[in-house]
Design a protein around this ligand. Structure first.
Ligand SMILES: O=C(O)C(=O)C[C@]1(C(=O)O)C=C[C@@H](O)C=C1
Length: 100
């Protein structure tokens, strides 16, 4: 590898590290928010999962992904994985509430 290529790789990796840090902080903030939703749902006996809301979110994300030039299949898979984690956490909160 030339020293120019090494320098370019280093600059790109620094950008990647910054983006990863932003993603981690954004995800943590999203989970803090969904944690509040989980407590609200448990207290009001709402189901952990809301398929109608998820369908709306996927439609919205489809438009955002198109505009941003992000692959829709990846976007949907990532969203499905993320919401699956949220629903699992909602269910844990609901069980903890029932045990009180
Ligand atoms: O909005 C809700 O009702 C949530 O529980 C949050 C959330 C999400 O992570 O965006 C998670 C589960 C639901 O099925 C829909 C959306």
């Amino acid at each position: 590898m030339t020293s120019n290529a090494t320098q370019q790789l280093s600059v790109l990796r620094q950008r990647i590290d910054n983006i990863d840090a932003a993603l981690i902080y954004m995800l943590a903030e999203r989970f803090r928010c969904t944690n509040e939703v989980g407590h609200l749902k448990a207290a009001t006996h709402l189901p952990a999962c809301d398929p109608a809301r998820e369908a709306e979110q996927i439609q919205r994300l489809k438009k955002l992904a198109e505009d941003a030039g992000l692959d829709m299949a990846f976007t949907k898979a990532f969203f499905t994985f993320l919401v699956g984690e949220v629903v699992a956490k909602h269910k844990i909160i609901a069980r903890q509430n029932q045990a009180k």
